[in-house]
Design a binder for this molecule. Structure first.
Ligand code: FAD
Ligand code: SF4
Ligand code: SF4
Ligand code: SF4
Length: 347
């Protein structure tokens, strides 16, 4: 006798209540009845559940076979590599001045997405709520101006997959390029290539750009922390993490805050302590800052689509590309953090 699929109640018991939920919005995106809504980073069942199991079976925090997804996405697995499977490692910098002015590091993400827009995709990015302060929200964008608006790192979570659902179901987009943190990338890959994938998403997902990520902060706790340090969140123009310190800058580039990350441990979301993926191991192409000099992005190319996007953006004159082994500190710095994150998750 076949057993009933695990449903939202099981997600609640195994993922949400134990604080393992990353707030990616995947369950909300995939529910055929649109019965799950995100209240900030927390999914809630707001109407009928028919126990189809789609939410449970596409959640990045329920069990799945990572190697199968790697085989399907890359035709190979990462094996023992701390940064997953890859076919190329680069230092990349955007050539467009507007991107360089707005971006977090080298602008590789914005440039890659700009290239996909010029090839007919829409992009799903993490913008900011217009009626909030530094509160991320997924946005479906189709112009460079909108991409620039959403550039820069938000160190709090965005339910990115809700944005992908909007692109696919409301905008009826046929080609979607998306950027996300490693947990969001895992959800996207399950939705695209997993055993319970959803055809609409599998067909539409064109490029998954993954970010490096060590942790995110709880939004409410971060806002309180800033105020406790005398920093008005609305005065912050850019946040950054460099050499173990969290930094906030004002509109004129003035430094408003510089604190050791160690002082901010209480702000880190519980789910991040259990997360072992630093480099978005299931992305088509992954981007971070560690490994490259300031003003450059470290780029890990994993799939054919990732390679095509990198070369397409280069050909379009959007980026400058160097092998990672030509810059300092290079791969070892990435591997060191990836190893640290894996060990932390085991503890
Ligand atoms: C929470 C978080 C933690 C990170 N931690 C590290 C780290 O420890 N080490 C490291 O090397 N790099 C880390 N990164 C990546 C780094 O901050 C840059 O995002 C990356 O180097 C790309 O730079 P860029 O100039 O190419 O990005 P940009 O061209 O500025 O584009 C950044 C893109 O990221 C999207 N984005 C921003 N915030 C989020 C979010 N919260 N969720 C989903 N998408 C988002 C934006 O929509 C934008 O499209 C982190 C990123 C995030 C979001
Ligand atoms: S209907 Fe399916 S996807 Fe929606 S909540 Fe129930 S089990 Fe989850
Ligand atoms: S799919 Fe994402 S938002 Fe939904 S329960 Fe799982 S981790 Fe949380
Ligand atoms: S540390 Fe892991 S769970 Fe936390 S935001 Fe980053 S990828 Fe997601």
């Amino acid at each position: 006798m076949s057993s009933r699929p695990k449903a939202f109640g099981n997600l609640m018991a195994e993922v949400i209540r134990p604080k393992l939920c990353v707030g990616c919005g995947g369950c909300s995106a995939v529910c055929p009845l649109n019965s799950i809504e995100m209240a900030g980073s927390t999914p809630r069942l707001v109407s009928l559940c028919i126990s189809c199991g789609m939410c449970y079976n596409n959640c990045p925090r329920t069990s799945f076979d990572k190697e199968t997804l790697e085989e399907r996405a890359f035709g190979a697995t990462g094996g023992e590599s701390e940064i997953g499977f890859y076919r190329g490692l680069y230092a990349v910098r955007a050539l467009d001045e507007r991107i360089r002015e707005r971006c977090q590091d080298g602008g590789a993400v914005t440039a890659l997405l700009a290239h996909r827009l010029s090839e007919g995709c829409v992009a799903v990015v993490a913008g900011l709520k217009s009626n909030g302060v530094w509160e991320p929200q997924p946005m479906v964008v189709s112009t460079l101006e909108e991409l620039l608006e959403a550039a820069g790192t938000k160190y709090t979570p965005s339910p990115t997959l809700v944005g992908v659902a909007s692109a696919v179901k409301e905008y009826m987009a046929e080609h979607v390029a998306v950027v996300g943190t490693p947990c969001q990338v895992t959800a996207l890959r399950r939705l695209q290539l997993g055993d319970h994938s959803e055809a609409k998403f599998s067909k539409a997902l064109d490029l998954i750009v993954g970010l490096f990520c060590m942790e995110t902060f709880d939004y409410g706790r971060l806002m309180e922390f800033l105020k406790s340090k005398g920093v008005e969140p609305k005065d912050v123009h850019k946040f950054d993490i460099k050499r173990g310190r969290f930094l906030a800058y004002g509109a004129d580039g003035e430094n408003l805050l510089r604190v050791k990350l160690r002082e901010m441990e209480e702000l880190v979301r519980e789910c991040c302590h259990h997360c072992a993926d630093f480099t978005s191991e299931l992305a088509d192409i992954s981007v971070g800052n560690v490994g490259s000099p300031d003003g450059w992005s470290t780029v890990i190319v994993r799939s054919d689509r990732g390679e095509e996007a990198l070369r397409g953006a280069e050909k379009e004159g959007l980026i400058e590309v160097k092998p990672l082994d030509e810059v300092e500190p290079g791969l070892e710095a990435v591997v060191k953090l990836a190893r640290f994150k894996r060990e932390r998750a085991k503890a």
